[in-house]
Design a protein around this ligand. Sequence first.
Ligand SMILES: Cc1cc2nc3c(=O)[nH]c(=O)nc-3n(C[C@H](O)[C@H](O)[C@H](O)COP(=O)(O)OP(=O)(O)OC[C@H]3O[C@@H](n4cnc5c(N)ncnc54)[C@H](O)[C@@H]3O)c2cc1C
Length: 232
Amino acid sequence: MNVFTPTKRSRVKRLHERGSYDEKSVFEILDAGLIAHMGYVIDGQPYVTPTAFWRRGRTLYWHGSAKSRMLMEQAKGLPVCVTVTHLDGLVLARSGFHHSINYRSVMAFGHTSEITDSAEKIAEMDYFLERVLPKRNPSLRPMTDQELKASKVIAMEIAEASAKIRAKPPVDDEEDYALPIWAGVAPVTQVMGVLEPDPRLLPGVPVPSHLDRLRPGKRLDLLMAEAAKVGA
Ligand SMILES: Cc1cc2nc3c(=O)[nH]c(=O)nc-3n(C[C@H](O)[C@H](O)[C@H](O)COP(=O)(O)OP(=O)(O)OC[C@H]3O[C@@H](n4cnc5c(N)ncnc54)[C@H](O)[C@@H]3O)c2cc1C
């Protein structure tokens, strides 16, 4: 099993039994996500920026406007901590103190660089679209040179990563289990809604079959995980 070797910065200390460093645990959490929070420092000021991302092997990628301050600074090379979080449930205990949250999260550390080669940039952005919406890209008009120039793609090889998971009922003080107080888990999931056609959609354009997988009620994290397998 491939494992990220933890150091002082990535070893889970608080509730360390919830932590793991194997690629499988880390990648499963990353691949079930679409949005990460990028933590980085510019001129001594910390910023945490929510950003869509994708993964290939041990490298994370994200992209955006070539004029984005975050991307311009990261293009020069910055240490970054990328976090991905899935909120899975509210944990209701018999005391306020023992209320908790069920979650899956990853913190990944690395150093950024810019993908400057045009072919590689296009390949990565195509991969991203394919990863989120498999089979959609071939039905779209191709990217223009201007759009390519207006986009920056950032890569970060994961140097270290930790996963932390809580997936269990409340843990109360032993004597509190005798109290007649409702306790348990209120599950939380993010699901797809009903497709909303663009008001400017040409009349008679059908919903393409590649969107069948976005059926209402489908869990977003499962959708993302399935698409990651398709793209892998
Ligand atoms: C949805 C959600 C809600 C949370 N709410 C709270 C809260 O209200 N209060 C609270 O104290 N904690 C909360 N946590 C846990 C929190 O993320 C930290 O794990 C905790 O605060 C311990 O922080 P620390 O700096 O002492 O961790 P340490 O164990 O000292 O961190 C050392 C290293 O362990 C790893 N690590 C730590 N936390 C995580 C993590 N969550 N995921 C992946 N790797 C990790 C990192 O590599 C980190 O650098 C929550 C987590 C999630 C995902």
